[in-house]
Design a protein around this ligand. Structure first.
Ligand code: ADP
Length: 355
């Protein structure tokens, strides 16, 4: 059996796969003083999965930088590579490393693998990932990376299994963190998140795109650490509408926050569509993308000029017409399943290793 781990600083999600069958799923929302290994051990016990039955573990790792661009076995070199990306993802990568250490403590010698959230965007052209900064600054790793890659790879897999993949696919991962991706012939060519997940769309608590000089002003007034907290944890929908949960915003009729989210999703969608030279299909995933029909309709009506239908029933109808050449722009919802994607990619690596 394969254990899939998504380790956060104070929380942990796991799924267990037997081949392609998911046999268990669990999450720990508050890791106690005994740490990640203890939390993982008790979650597995509760799920009825004996540690001795595990053949490998696979981890979601947020940042793989410019070098770790494929799912791979965790070796000392890969661990060093993940650690080298800590400055790029100061909250996430240390927590992902703790998850790897926890598995090593719980099941010494178990083969471990890493799957990177940045990897799917490794196909973006140089022109898309380069910030127009002096060379010395670019050499610090200051470039666009993009995130939500495991989710995008998953939806490409799901759609490709159903029939020919639409050539120019606008993928919208709309959750607490939100981004768009231009997927041309199955490969990412542009995405809205950049050096960090702060860029792009208005998010639950992140500002989305903001002028660098405005960031400098915040740092001048509050200091760097506080400015980072404001931009990442106190901005976005929370700042505009008092909640980072769309259900609350609808209930409270926080229409400006909702309009802001939709408006900027449409503005950035225009940029993604330009990067692909047109649009054949729009796919939604993530907590908002999957559940909020109002938001989907609002975004789709903003894209009407590109031949997108915002008919409230379009989602349902187009479900079966994604590969129908007579529909101009198909619309689909694909439930996010990053754990399965990690499991399948890892199983493919294991199969190659054994071959
Ligand atoms: P994360 O980015 O943390 O993985 P999710 O993809 O789970 O987040 O999305 C969480 C967000 O999805 C919530 O904050 C909320 O705004 C939104 N959401 C979840 N369920 C619904 C729903 N039924 N209707 C509208 N929005 C929803």
């Amino acid at each position: 059996m394969l254990l899939v781990v998504n380790s956060g600083s104070s929380s942990l999600k796991l799924a267990v796969f037997d081949g392609t069958v998911e046999v268990a799923r669990a999450s720990v929302t508050e890791i106690g003083p005994d740490g990640h290994a203890a939390a993982l051990g008790s979650a597995l016990a509760k799920a009825g999965v004996p540690i001795a039955r595990l053949r490998a573990a696979a981890h979601r790792v947020v940042h793989g930088g410019a070098l770790l661009t494929e799912t791979c076995r965790v070796t000392p070199g890969v661990l060093a590579g993940i650690a080298a990306c800590v400055p790029l993802a100061p909250l996430h990568n240390p927590a992902n490393l703790v998850g790897i250490e926890a598995v090593a403590a719980l099941a010494p010698g178990l083969a471990q693998y890493a799957c990177f959230d940045t990897a799917f965007h490794a196909t973006n052209p140089e022109v898309a990932v380069t910030y127009a900064l002096p060379l010395a600054e670019r050499q610090r790793g200051l470039r666009r990376y993009g995130f939500h890659g495991i989710s995008y790879a998953a939806l490409v897999r799901v759609l490709a299994a159903e029939g020919p993949l639409p050539g120019r696919l606008l993928a919208c991962h709309l959750g607490n963190g939100a981004s768009l991706c231009a997927i041309l012939n199955g490969r990412s060519v542009a995405t809205t998140m950049g050096y960090s997940p702060l860029d792009g769309l208005t998010m639950g608590t992140r500002s989305g795109s903001i002028d660098g000089n405005a960031v400098l002003r915040l740092a001048e007034v509050h200091g760097v650490a506080r400015a980072a907290e404001i931009l990442n944890r106190e901005s976005g929908l929370l700042a505009l509408g008092g909640s980072n949960d769309l259900r609350m915003l609808h209930a409270n009729e926080a229409s400006f926050a909702l309009q802001h989210f939709a408006y900027w999703a449409v503005r950035h969608a225009g940029s993604m569509v330009a990067a692909m030279g047109g649009l054949d299909a729009v796919v939604f995933t993530g907590g908002i993308g999957e559940n909020d029909a109002w938001m989907r309709k609002e975004i789709l009506s903003g894209l009407a000029f590109m031949g997108v239908s915002s008919d409230p029933d379009a989602n349902a109808r187009n479900e079966s017409t994604l590969h129908d050449p007579t529909s101009r722009v198909a619309i689909r919802i694909v439930p996010a399943d990053e754990e399965r994607q990690i499991a399948l990619e890892t199983q493919a690596v294991i199969a190659r290793e054994g071959a």
